[in-house]
Design a protein around this ligand. Structure first.
Ligand SMILES: [Zn+2]
Length: 409
């Protein structure tokens, strides 16, 4: 199990300066490595995709600046620009890795067939984090964290690091209100997770825009619409930025105020998601939800509301919290969950405006979202029972209560 814990840092002025200097140097390194890749790509791409008369020049084939080549080339960087010697080697290598990842996402499609856009060069102040890919286990002592080449930095441990977890990587992030450290922790002691699921405590949830979600027990959670509520404030702050002269001190301060606004909205939303997930997991053992394609939904007219609700963030928090509580949250195929009757399975066609489900076969009368949530719950429970039977067959014993085994992801 891998967890990320985030703590606030309180660096002294020298350390804060050092962070900023590193970030700026890494930003330039990132841009340089990116341009290296673009140049290679430009000069060696197949000339057949364009007219041969106006295609790019025929240059000798260069060595491809791939990840390992660029990593080796960091030596030359350090020779030519001695200021890069002050940066920890892992941090510098991680910068090259970032370029690799950004470029890979651009060239190759991921497993869902999506390709991301062309990586962009990062302007001043647009490079926010750096990572140590390995760390000593005893790097945190008291309220100090020892960062190589930076020194002991004051850290606010608002919660302890959980027992049995090893520190894998350490990332320093510059946010609108200061510096943070994100520790990636790995639980090495527990290889497998054991779930004890009581199927009486199962629920299905239907995500919506009228209500944030509605459960199969007809409980609703209203949508807070943080961004919509804060729109007026954002407008004012945006205006205040655009009224100020570019490059001025006052503009820089206004940008900071705008960034703090965005940070606040994001934090409100996250808080709401965590609390909603906690409430659900206190009440239920098994939670089924629709496996929605949020990205394609967000291309419709409802985009602002959908993104403001932040369904995918909520669902990933829910799955994560369920895992650490030994409970289950599973995604089910949303096909037919809205249309089919949850009592007899007859297909009752509905448009988006039909808010009521009334079945002419079995006479079920229900809110359409509750009907959908019950369908989701039934699919989730059905799948769990099959899984549990398989597990108990494998054990060659009949368990009274379905017990599931799942390897930790
Ligand atoms: Zn029916």
């Amino acid at each position: 199990m891998i967890r990320a814990y985030k703590y606030k840092l309180r660096p002294n002025s020298w350390q804060a300066n050092q962070f900023d200097e590193w970030l700026n140097l890494l930003r330039m390194q990132y841009n340089y490595r990116l341009s290296e890749r673009f140049n290679w790509y430009e000069s060696t791409r197949c000339p057949l995709d364009s007219c041969s008369l106006v295609s790019c020049s025929i240059a000798p084939i260069l060595e491809q600046p791939d990840y390992y080549w660029q990593k080796r080339d960091l030596l030359n960087t350090k020779k030519l620009f001695p200021e890069y010697r002050q940066i920890h080697s892992q941090v510098l290598q991680n910068c090259v890795e970032k370029v690799k990842k950004a470029f890979d996402r651009y060239i190759k499609a991921d497993k869902t067939g999506q390709r991301s856009g062309k990586p962009r060069f990062k302007g001043k102040g647009r490079y926010h984090s750096f990572t140590y890919s390995q760390m000593k286990q005893d790097c945190i002592k008291g309220n100090r964290i020892t960062l190589p080449k930076i020194g002991d930095v004051k850290i606010i441990l608002h919660r302890p690091i959980p027992d049995g977890f090893k520190i894998k990587t350490v990332q320093i992030v510059k946010a609108a209100d200061g510096y943070y450290v994100t520790l990636t922790l790995q639980d090495v002691t527990v290889p497998t997770l054991r779930y004890d699921i009581n199927l009486d405590r199962a629920v299905g949830i239907d995500m919506g825009l009228k209500d944030f979600l509605i459960t199969s027990d007809a409980d609703t959670v209203t949508i807070p619409q943080f961004a919509r509520k804060a729109q007026k404030d954002k407008k004012l702050r945006n205006k205040s930025v655009s009224r100020k002269k570019k490059g001025s001190n006052r503009r820089r301060k206004a940008v900071k105020r705008l960034a703090k606004h965005h940070q606040k909205v994001a934090r409100q939303r996250r808080d709401f998601h965590c609390k909603t997930a906690k409430r659900l997991l206190d009440k239920y053992d098994l939670i089924g939800f629709e496996d929605l394609n949020v990205k394609s939904l967000a291309r419709t007219r409802m985009a602002k509301s959908i993104l403001d609700a932040g369904w995918s963030e909520f669902l990933s928090i829910l799955v994560c919290k369920a895992e650490s509580a030994g409970k289950l949250a599973i995604a089910v195929n949303p096909n037919g969950t809205t249309q089919n009757c949850s009592s007899c399975g007859t297909r009752i066609p509905k448009t988006i405006a039909d808010r009521w489900h009334s079945c002419h076969v079995c006479g079920l009368e229900l809110d359409r979202d509750v009907n959908a949530a019950i369908n989701v719950k039934n699919i989730a429970v059905g799948r769990t029972v099959i899984k549990a039977q398989r597990a108990s067959d494998a054990d060659a014993g009949l368990a009274e209560k379905p017990t599931l085994y799942s390897s930790a992801s």
